[in-house]
Design a protein around this ligand. Structure first.
Ligand code: PLP
Length: 436
């Protein structure tokens, strides 16, 4: 029996298990910008793994920190006890996040960060005497992980259709307008008024029923959908006016993807809660966080009756290995100037991404920071097949991409060199030419 055959015990997530097991593509090791296959082939990482290895693979400081921590304190509970690194790491995150967003609730993933943020929003409204505010508002095409809270506020039909969802959830319209905006560099000029849909939801239900709105500042997983100019600002203004909390899901956009610690800082819009994960530890140990403003923490914690203030948490919240990896990750970002590097490379990245305009099958190209999407015209009767072929052939020829439906998405580690950016877009260009 081949261990990757259909007899294999590993039930793979978000994968065509039968397709993969019939033709497995494996990664055995990684260093800096590359993965290596079991037979030693180098694969240039165009996606930071899964939007997460922002500092590049196996960075020495992070490796050492994890090794040392595993031998020093493998685990310590953070329920009614503590260990110093979790406190230190929370303080370091607070130092670089937007001013006033300095209360860090640790989780183990982006999905858990989202569910934690939604619960914190509900707890806050109750704590300030607004207990009728129980509605949650997401957005079409949003991805907020796979917890029941996350799929309820999320807007991707395949992730939702088979499962019962939270009641009292509405969705804003998405902001993607390929007819008007195809090949826009950065933020589209028009579309800020789409945020006004929140006013309609308020009119329909009453502001006193709405706890929070959650959006990704840049919709990542669905294929890099960049917010129109003024859209996030307008959402902030409307939520503030109606006493509705604004949650930015920054699982992808935090930690340098847009050249800043958070997308909130890139866009100059401060929400009430930021969810993050992935780049928080450079993905070397799973971790996420819901980072709340002092106002929210004080309302829930400082004003509570004596005892546990929030009945929520995970065995591994603030896990010592994750905290150690996280501290070393922030040090690596800082010492190597990676957020600045990401910012400095963004214009070159944009130029090279848009050089594929006019290539066969390409109907749109989008970019912001060090992320880009190349949208292909779907094959008749076979949506997704064309991009999946690019994914497989690119991998076989030494480049890791990500595809969603017929969108190719790229988000390289922030250590990427210009020559490697060239290699990525040149390879995609030549593959597109040879594709039916
Ligand atoms: N939220 C956003 C915006 C994401 O992009 C993701 C994952 O890609 C998640 C949440 C879920 O994170 P995880 O897969 O760590 O649960």
């Amino acid at each position: 029996m081949n261990s990757f055959s259909n007899e294999s015990s590993f039930w793979m997530p978000f994968t065509n298990n039968r397709g993969f097991k019939a033709n497995p593509r494996l990664l055995a090791s990684a260093k800096d910008m590359h993965y290596f296959t079991p037979d030693g082939r180098a694969i240039l990482d165009g996606t930071s793994g899964l939007w997460c290895v922002n500092a590049g693979h196996a960075r020495p400081k992070i490796v050492e920190a994890i090794q040392k921590q595993a031998a020093t304190l493998d685990f310590a509970p953070t329920f009614q006890l503590g260990h110093p690194l979790a406190f230190e790491f929370a303080d370091e995150i607070a130092k670089i996040f937007p001013a006033g967003m300095d209360r860090v609730f640790f989780t183990n993933s982006g999905s858990e960060a989202v569910d934690s943020a939604l619960k914190i929003a509900l707890a806050y409204q109750r704590a300030i005497g607004q207990g009728t505010r129980t509605r949650l508002i997401g957005r079409e095409k949003g991805y907020h992980g796979v917890g029941f809270g996350g799929i309820s506020v999320g807007g991707i039909a395949n992730n939702r259709r088979f499962f019962p969802l939270l009641p009292g959830v509405d969705h804003l319209p998405h902001t993607f307008n390929i007819e008007a905006d195809a090949f826009t560099r950065g933020q589209p000029e028009k579309g800020a008024e789409l945020a006004d849909a929140l006013e309609s939801i308020v009119t329909l239900h009453g502001a006193e029923t709405i706890a929070a709105v959650i959006v990704e500042p840049v919709a990542g997983s669905i294929g890099v959908m960049v917010p129109p100019k003024g859209y996030l600002e307008r959402l902030r203004e409307i939520t503030r006016r109606h006493g509705i909390l604004l949650i930015f899901d920054e699982v992808i956009t935090a930690f340098g993807r847009l050249g800043h610690p958070t997308g909130a800082q890139y866009f100059g819009v401060t929400p009430d809660i930021i969810t993050c994960a992935k780049g928080i530890t450079n993905a070397a140990v799973p971790m996420g966080a819901a980072v709340a403003s002092r106002k929210i923490y004080d309302a829930i914690v400082e004003n509570a009756a004596p005892g546990i203030e929030l009945f929520h948490g995970y065995t591994y919240s603030g896990h010592p290995l994750a905290a150690a990896a996280g501290l070393a990750t922030l040090a690596t970002y800082r010492e190597d100037g990676l957020f600045e590097r990401s910012r400095a490379l963004a214009p070159y990245w944009e130029e090279r991404a848009h050089s594929l305009r006019g290539a066969p099958h390409v109907i749109d190209i989008r970019n912001i920071g060090l992320m880009a999407a190349i949208e292909l015209r779907p094959r008749d009767g076979a949506p997704g097949a064309r991009a999946m072929e690019v994914f497989h052939r690119a991998f076989d020829e030494g480049l890791l991409l990500r595809v969603t439906a017929d969108t190719i998405a790229l988000s390289p580690p922030l250590i990427v060199e210009k020559a490697q950016i060239d290699q990525m877009f040149d390879k995609i260009g030549s593959l597109l030419k040879s594709l039916s």
